[in-house]
Design a binder for this molecule. Structure first.
Ligand SMILES: [Zn+2]
Ligand SMILES: [Zn+2]
Ligand SMILES: [Zn+2]
Length: 582
């Protein structure tokens, strides 16, 4: 740390030593060894779990480019340390071991605090010691380095061969920058080592270049497939019939309204018509030409893939009890003709009452964060997304985005289907496609509750499922508050209610939807809304603050117990008053 060389790689550097990292880093090592963290948001920094600094920053070479500017609060830490800390945290969390995690964090913090104490003294010391001997040594090193470079060049090693990166640079720089004069004896001694390193490095560079060429070819194939995905759509007859504007424009847009069920590029790379393009050493021009040549073959494979996925999903979905097996009808814009050109399986999968549920999770070891598909789960949303593309970044992280969704993990969702069938009945569109409904955008209103603004079809379905689920929670006997006077509560979303056969859903005209949305925005959820809610849902005619409503959003167990008492006392008093009046 007190010499003029990089503590990571040994290269000569004029950089100041960094007392926070206890290191002196050359320009290259700042790039390769440091990682940017945000001191305002990153818990590693906030909790003091890694060494970090704002003194050593990687230099950016284009300061006028805003992307090259660091965000406010940027600090830097060693990559390896960040990775180690994150991995440790992850392991504890994976094992649900909160206690060990806390203990580990406490240890790290204590170490950091001890370090902070030393930092100040250290920085004063450093500025006193740096002296003139350094300069002398520097000259020797400079001389040695230049001589070695010249001699190696005469031995046919190129400058590129002499560029070492990361950890490979350490032993190389150690030999080059040793503070000793290069005698002939030393030269003879170190030449075999240097030669070996250069040969290894050349091999490394060759392998990297090969990998890069493969990446280039893959990008080329990916781009071709994405273009193919965006230029033709298997549900086109539906889009042609429903009012979505100019179909050609929709396709050319980066995001068509409905995902095209299309294989992921990683899957396609396994096909014999693409495998050789991925593996053979071809130029991107050659790859492009071959792709063009094989277009019909590739289209055939895409169709085959889609048919297989649809067949599998239909099988997983199972036969519709009571429905006719062969005839699957799908109405588009009120007509059965339009969709009749689509295959039977496609028609079944596009019906608004064909809903899926994820029955089994993908046993993916990296998939720690599993959110599942968005509800309601319609084909092809959970199979393909409009934004799907090959992720060439680090393979470990790319798996979830580049990997195919296994249709075998999905099955029929009878719960949602039952609600949806009733909703479709109320709309008078029992055989409509979810594509058509979603193209209608925010024009659907829940027919049962007052606090709804017009939403999309999918949001409306989700609204029902959410309310039905929350009703189950509210009425769960094991979750009732400890009160003697029960809370009166109505379930306006009850689909089984016989007396309340108000339609579940309404479809509004465009102008009407806009009008309601404006009104809803200005109204908000003020006191009027609250009063109406209490009356409609809980039959409360005279709401009392702290009893029927309150300001707090966060309920501690104490405040809950307190409220329980207040609630019972209020109703006891009411009863008392009632008896007295009789
Ligand atoms: Zn360095
Ligand atoms: Zn509702
Ligand atoms: Zn309520």
């Amino acid at each position: 740390m007190f010499s003029k060389s990089c503590t990571e790689c040994g290269a000569r550097t004029t950089a100041r030593p960094d007392v926070y990292l206890v290191a002196r880093l050359c320009t290259l090592c700042r790039y390769t060894e440091l990682q940017e963290l945000n001191s305002k948001t990153d818990e590693l920094v906030k909790l003091d779990l890694v060494c970090y600094t704002s003194d050593s920053r990687p230099k950016r070479d284009a300061p006028e480019d805003t992307r090259y500017r660091y965000t406010k609060g940027a600090v830097f830490a060693f990559k390896w340390e960040v990775q180690e800390a994150r991995e440790a945290q992850q392991t504890f969390r994976k094992n649900d071991d909160e206690a060990s995690l806390a203990e580990w964090e406490e240890d790290r913090r204590a170490a950091a605090q001890a370090r902070h104490k030393d930092t100040h003294q250290l920085s004063r010391y450093i500025y006193r010691v740096t002296g003139s001997r350094e300069d002398e040594l520097e000259q020797i090193k400079e001389q040695r380095r230049t001589t070695i470079f010249e001699r190696l060049k005469t031995l046919a090693w190129t400058e590129e061969d002499m560029v070492f990166k990361g950890s490979e640079a350490k032993p190389w720089n150690a030999l080059l920058n040793a503070p000793k004069v290069l005698t002939e004896r030393v030269w003879t001694n170190i030449l075999p080592q240097l030669t070996q390193m250069l040969a290894d490095n050349r091999e490394r560079h060759t392998a990297e270049a090969k990998k890069q060429r493969r990446s280039d070819r893959r990008t080329c194939i990916d781009r071709f497939l994405i273009r193919m995905k965006y230029t033709a759509h298997p549900f086109e007859p539906i889009f042609q019939a429903v009012p979505i504007g100019n179909w050609g424009k929709v396709l050319n847009d980066v995001c068509p309204v409905e995902a095209n069920p299309f294989p992921k590029t990683l899957t396609a790379l396994e096909w014999s018509c693409l495998k050789d393009l991925d593996e053979l050493e071809l130029s991107t021009e050659e790859v492009e030409a071959k792709l063009e040549q094989r277009r019909p073959e590739i289209q055939e494979k895409v169709l085959e893939w889609r048919n297989k996925v649809e067949r599998c999903l239909v099988e997983r979905f199972g036969p519709d009890l009571g429905g006719t097996q062969d005839e699957v009808i799908l109405s588009v814009n009120g007509s059965l003709e339009i969709a009749s050109s689509l295959p039977r399986n496609t028609r079944l999968l596009l019906r608004a009452d064909t809903l899926f549920d994820e029955e089994q999770y993908d046993p993916d070891p990296d998939g720690l964060l599993h959110f599942g598909p968005e509800a309601p789960c319609y084909y092809p949303h959970f199979i393909s997304r409009v934004t799907d593309r090959l992720d060439l970044s680090e393979e470990r992280y790319s798996t979830c985005r580049s990997k195919e969704t296994n249709p075998n993990y999905f099955g029929r969702d009878p719960k949602t289907m039952r609600v949806v069938k009733l909703m479709l009945q109320d709309l008078g569109m029992p055989d409509v496609s979810h594509v058509e409904l979603n193209v209608m955008r925010e024009r659907f209103m829940c027919g049962r509750c007052l606090d709804q603004e017009p939403t999309s079809w999918s949001s409306c379905v989700w609204h029902y499922m959410e309310h039905l689920e929350s009703w189950e929670r509210q009425t769960d006997p094991t979750r009732q508050p400890a009160i003697r006077h029960p809370i009166e509560i109505r379930n306006p979303h009850d689909i089984d209610s016989l007396d309340d056969r108000k339609p579940l859903i309404r479809l509004l005209r465009e102008e009407k939807a806009t009008e309601i949305r404006k009104k809803y925005k200005s109204l908000g959820r003020g006191p009027d809304y609250m009063r109406k809610h209490l009356l409609d849902m809980h039959n409360v005619t005279q709401p009392v603050e702290e009893i029927h409503y309150g300001r707090s959003n966060h309920w501690s167990s104490e405040s809950k117990a307190e409220w329980n008492e207040k609630w019972d006392a209020y109703h006891d008093a009411l009863e008392g008053a009632g008896e007295a009046a009789e």
